[in-house]
Ligand binder design. Structure first.
Ligand code: PEP
Ligand code: MG
Length: 323
């Protein structure tokens, strides 16, 4: 099966009824672009930039160091979009293993909350990302947004970084798209707040499930309760896709659900047109898409979305595989 899959590398991911799906790669470091390109990815849907910051005893990489790394990824992707997520530090990704940990780190000062509390660190990163945008197609993705003022402050910081670069005659792409991770239930329930401010959305199902079900994603004692098919989770995902498309902006899923072939058809049926996943999953998901017929998936998915019975949902998701 492996050999057959590798033949799909250059095949576009088009459903049987002719809809093209974007398959993007999740990366942690620029070197991962090699496997992304080998898998035939349409771009990078999630560059987890915090990996440039981790394991350095809290020594923050300089603007130039960051710029070089972002640029490497952008150049390696040869014109394909590279979605750079701003620092998502804290909780399961501490800057320093020895740092003081809050009682509930997942609910604490992480990701955009940390960045807005440390504007110098944030501004430095934004400048580095913008500088890399002069070398290809860059998109900026902001993690863990819940409040309108966080979106507004983030956009103001981006505007400030741009103004500084302009002042210094340093090149960047002024039209760089800025998007929000939808990974807190409050965000999925307040989508108008996001779609009017952002250029695109990316659903982080790993955290969305954690926060919706109140399941610590790294606590093995509750791992059996971590269920992507919980009706509440499915409703939030479906609402986000629909609201984004209604507003005319792109919506991706970049959590683990996007790389799970048992869920590919369900997400397609919900209207998802952009998946971002570990490169190792990409060709299997593509194969699933090539064998899918949206016209048949959509009515069955609507039925799934009308159900609040876990058994009915699980059975119907299995039925999708037979369509
Ligand atoms: C997510 O939360 O689904 C996500 C993609 O981000 P991370 O796993 O890095 O928190
Ligand atoms: Mg997340």
């Amino acid at each position: 099966a492996r050999k057959k899959l590798s033949k799909l590398k250059k095949t576009p991911a088009i459903t049987k009824d002719g809809v093209e799906i974007m398959l993007m790669a999740n990366i942690e470091l620029p070197d991962d672009c090699v496997s992304a390109m080998e898998a035939g990815a349409n771009g990078v849907g999630l560059f987890r930039s915090e990996f440039l910051f981790m394991g350095r005893n809290s020594r923050i990489p300089s603007e130039d160091e960051q710029f070089e790394q972002y640029k490497r990824a952008v150049v390696a992707m040869k014109g394909r979009p590279v979605t750079i997520r701003t620092l998502d530090i804290g909780a399961d990704k501490p800057l320093d293993q020895t740092e003081h940990t809050a009682l509930n780190p997942a609910l604490g000062l992480r990701a955009i909350r940390y960045c807005l509390a440390e504007p110098q660190i944030f501004l430095t990163q934004l400048r580095a990302i913008l500088r890399a945008s002069a070398f290809g197609k860059v998109r900026i993705l902001i993690p863990m947004l819940a409040h309108a003022f966080e979106i507004d402050q983030s956009l103001a910081m981006i505007a400030q970084a741009k103004a500084e670069l302009r002042e210094q005659n340093i090149k960047f792409d002024d039209a760089v798209h800025v998007g929000a991770m939808i990974e807190i239930p409050a965000a999925a329930l307040a989508l108008p707040m996001f779609v009017k401010r952002m250029d695109f959305l990316s659903i982080g199902t790993n955290d969305l499930i954690q926060y919706t079900l109140a399941i610590d994603r790294v606590d093995y004692e509750v791992a059996h309760l971590y269920n992507p098919l919980h009706p509440a989770v499915l409703q939030l995902i479906s609402m986000t896709i629909a609201a984004g498309h209604k507003a005319g902006i792109d919506v991706a899923v970049c959590g683990e659900m996007a790389g799970d072939i048992k869920l590919t058809r369900l997400l397609l049926g919900m209207g998802l047109r952009e998946f971002s996943m570990h490169p190792a999953q990409l060709l299997s998901v593509k194969q699933e898409i090539l064998n899918s017929d949206l016209a048949r998936l959509m009515p069955q998915t609507r039925k799934i979305m009308r159900s609040m019975e876990p058994n009915v949902i699980a059975d119907a998701v299995e039925q999708l595989q037979l369509l």
